[in-house]
Design a protein around this ligand. Structure first.
Ligand SMILES: [Zn+2]
Length: 414
């Protein structure tokens, strides 16, 4: 029926759902997926459901009966599903929804102790037309922690007026137990500990989401269809400082230019946005490169065109470990991926993602500098300066290329 995926994030107050779902949206977008982020009650671009939300959230509606509340939630959901969610799924989008049917079950049935669960599930399924999430991620947190998080967060002061946050702690305990029971009972649920750091929770959420992502994503289809996949491969050019890695990368790219191949050159940046820039070698050989955030290598997917045949990446060692997966996915799609970077850091340990890249590559070229001490081939970068910054870039004043034997001597002297 639809190529899209429906992913729901559930959890009690202060579980960090909203933060996590936004991080998830960003990651999916970087990966080239078309994403719709929405929430319940109400819904993105769903004015009828949003009006119902306002009634539900209005602190003056203290006399609202449990039945009215239930039907308002379901009315909002019925409109949201039919008007927004189903349409997006049919378009092949990934729909991310902050709360869905499980919140109704957890709050209305488990916490308020109302209605028969089977009955509520039945009328809910009438409202949703039987639509079920492909994945429900439960961000599980002890209510004491969750509520403390909210009260610590000054930006959310107005939440105190919200009808649900004034409930007693036992109420939130019942909500949590309800969610955990649903996670056992219903299909396609994953429980993620929400007490961990924001970054770790995100990694754990992503692990679950990744499993259900459609591999036949529209964009990847588009990329693969227009290109013969037998040309895809990964080439690694590595060596110490001053070994001519970038020169070798640009030499290969220049050959591609002459052969009229559609190419793109990337390099990492500590900035959060991409920008065009030029890579210059010591010989003055230059080529335009696109800067992308070092921690978001998957952004490359958004910056290539269906006809792109060759991708070059300079200073690849600075990217987050995800670059290994990104390079291999690109190569799998038929792209020739050439990466250049330092193989060893100044302590002579494998530099960041380089070991993973070397292991998965079809071709590895080690280029060598000249040892400044003895004139033999050099494969190590010796740091002259005493700065504590590991990511200090290679200036002539800070580093020199040494062979193994001269490096060992120099380290012993330090
Ligand atoms: Zn030497």
């Amino acid at each position: 029926m639809s190529n899209g995926k429906f992913i729901v994030c559930e959890g009690g107050e202060g579980s960090g759902k909203t933060t996590q779902i936004k991080m998830l949206e960003q990651k999916l977008t970087e990966r080239g997926y078309s994403v719709l982020l929405t929430r319940e009650p109400g819904g993105t671009n769903c004015s009828i459901a949003e009006e119902i939300r306002a009634i539900l959230k209005n602190p003056n509606n203290k006399n609202m009966t449990a039945e009215t509340e239930l039907f308002l939630f379901l009315a909002s959901r019925a409109q949201h599903v039919k008007e927004i969610i189903k349409t997006a799924l049919e378009q092949g989008k990934i729909v991310l929804c902050d709360r869905f049917e499980a919140s109704t079950f957890a709050y209305q049935h488990f916490a308020r102790g109302l209605f028969d669960l089977e009955e509520v599930m039945k009328i809910n399924s009438f409202a949703t037309g039987g639509l079920m999430p492909d994945l429900t991620v439960l961000l599980d947190i002890e209510p004491e922690f969750g509520l403390k998080r909210i009260s610590d967060n000054t930006n959310r002061g107005n939440l105190q007026d919200d009808r649900f946050d004034s409930e007693q702690i036992e109420f939130h305990q019942k909500v949590r137990n309800g969610f955990l029971e649903l996670a056992q009972k219903l299909a396609n649920w994953q429980v993620v500990q929400a007490t961990d750091s924001v970054e770790n929770v995100h990694i754990n959420v992503w692990r679950q989401v990744e499993k259900i992502l459609p591999q036949n994503n529209q964009r990847i289809n588009l990329l693969t269809n227009q290109r013969s996949t037998d040309r895809g491969k990964l080439e690694v050019i590595c060596g110490s400082m001053f070994s001519g890695k970038t020169e070798e990368l640009l030499r290969r790219m220049k050959r591609g230019q002459i052969a009229n191949l559609k190419q793109k050159l990337f390099k990492p940046d500590k900035d959060t946005r991409y920008s065009a820039n030029e890579i210059k070698t010591h010989d003055g050989l230059g080529m335009t490169a696109i800067n992308i955030p070092a921690h978001q290598p998957a952004m490359i997917f958004n910056l290539i065109e269906p006809e792109t045949e060759v991708i070059g990446i300079d200073e690849v060692q600075f990217f987050s470990p995800e670059i290994v997966q990104v390079c291999n996915q690109l190569a799998d799609q038929g792209i020739r991926v050439i990466v250049a970077g330092l193989d060893l850091d100044f302590e002579a340990n494998p530099f960041g993602p380089i070991a993973g890249l070397m292991a998965t590559a079809e071709h590895v070229s080690k280029v060598r500098a000249v040892c400044e001490q003895c004139g033999e081939d050099a494969n190590r970068s010796f740091r002259i300066s005493h700065s504590q910054d590991t990511f200090q870039l290679g200036e002539k004043d800070n580093y020199k290329a040494l062979c193994r034997s001269c490096y060992v001597k120099a380290i012993n002297k330090k």
